[in-house]
Write a protein that binds this ligand. Sequence first.
Ligand SMILES: NC(=O)c1ccc[n+]([C@@H]2O[C@H](COP(=O)([O-])OP(=O)(O)OC[C@H]3O[C@@H](n4cnc5c(N)ncnc54)[C@H](O)[C@@H]3O)[C@@H](O)[C@H]2O)c1
Length: 368
Amino acid sequence: MPRQVNVGIVGCGNISDAYFIGSKKFDILNLVACADLDPTRAQAKAAQYGIRACATVADLLNDPEVEIVINLTVPKAHADVNIAALNAGKHAYCEKPFALNSADGAAVLALAKSKNLLVGSAPDTFLGSGIQTARKAVDDGLIGRPVAALGFMMCRGHESWHPSPQFYYQKGGGPMFDMGPYYLTAFVNLLGPVKRVGGSTSSAFADRLITSQPFNGTRIPVETPTHLTGTLDFVSGATATLVMSFDTWTYPLPNIVLFGTDSTLEVPDPNNFSGPVRLRSADGKTFDELPHAHASDRSRGAGVADMAYSVIRRARPHRASGELAEHVVEIMESFDQSSATGRHVTLTTTCERPAALPADLPSNVLDA
Ligand SMILES: NC(=O)c1ccc[n+]([C@@H]2O[C@H](COP(=O)([O-])OP(=O)(O)OC[C@H]3O[C@@H](n4cnc5c(N)ncnc54)[C@H](O)[C@@H]3O)[C@@H](O)[C@H]2O)c1
């Protein structure tokens, strides 16, 4: 059993409970403190989860006990908080998106490299049993050579349920920067890095009416594309079509489908850690559910836990890495760039396909 790695959370909003609970599940993590711009939020979570609240974010970043800062702030603060954490000598793991643009993400990666510190980023749902079972099916050759893929995430947005949905309609929000990381990280995990992107983007509504509390009745301006249709050319030669929307009512489309030379694979919702993986049957008439080879109750925090092993064993690359997240950011921004210029965008970033997780690990452990 390796030693535990001490982690501190910055940003105690909506998603933070998943990390407060998730961090306690993984043997390698020891959650010690939290902070927020709003200290009352940090105090409330600290009391709820039995940890220390820091009076300021700077106090947490300078806390000698904290080794990894988990950055759960809003997207526009991600790069700045990551940079502040690295400058304080801490490893940084942030929620998605890694940055609002690839230039900001590159600055974070460069700083981490210069300081010999690690950076990681959500999503970590690809470490769950759903995507890992699909990954094993691809690696075992069950669909032959992957040649094409589809991805769909179409809904009417988040202003009916999220308590502060403003950021979803600002730069760095929209369906691509919100949900694209799940789909694109799953795609890169399954098919490898992307070399070229084409896209058409639009916004059906100039503003949005919040119907959740406490901002019910407030109109918020839309400052980002809310419907994106695009193509991805993978280095492997496979191509994918991706549609992401906050402008359409939900329709029963698959989340991700992979088409290979020998068969077809339905991949579960990449926003979840589990879900059915279905392979086209031998007679081609039905789809057969594949047994999950992996623990089905893995949860948020898995990416941080996987990175914590790398903090201890430096030669071991972590899977939800900054390089993967930066590649995803460049893919995401390229849809709108392609739409504006009327040309494909050839990517400048790439990454290693993360190593598959060993199938027999229990859900609270991420290292053999
Ligand atoms: N809510 C979800 O279901 C969900 C799911 C997955 C991922 N995420 C991601 O998690 C991140 C946070 O989302 P959320 O829904 O928790 O947002 P939120 O607005 O509920 O919470 C964000 C918190 O960060 C704090 N904050 C903002 N800027 C800060 C800064 N510079 N320093 C310190 N604290 C700061 C805010 O005061 C707030 O408490 C986003 O990147 C989002 O994309 C959210």
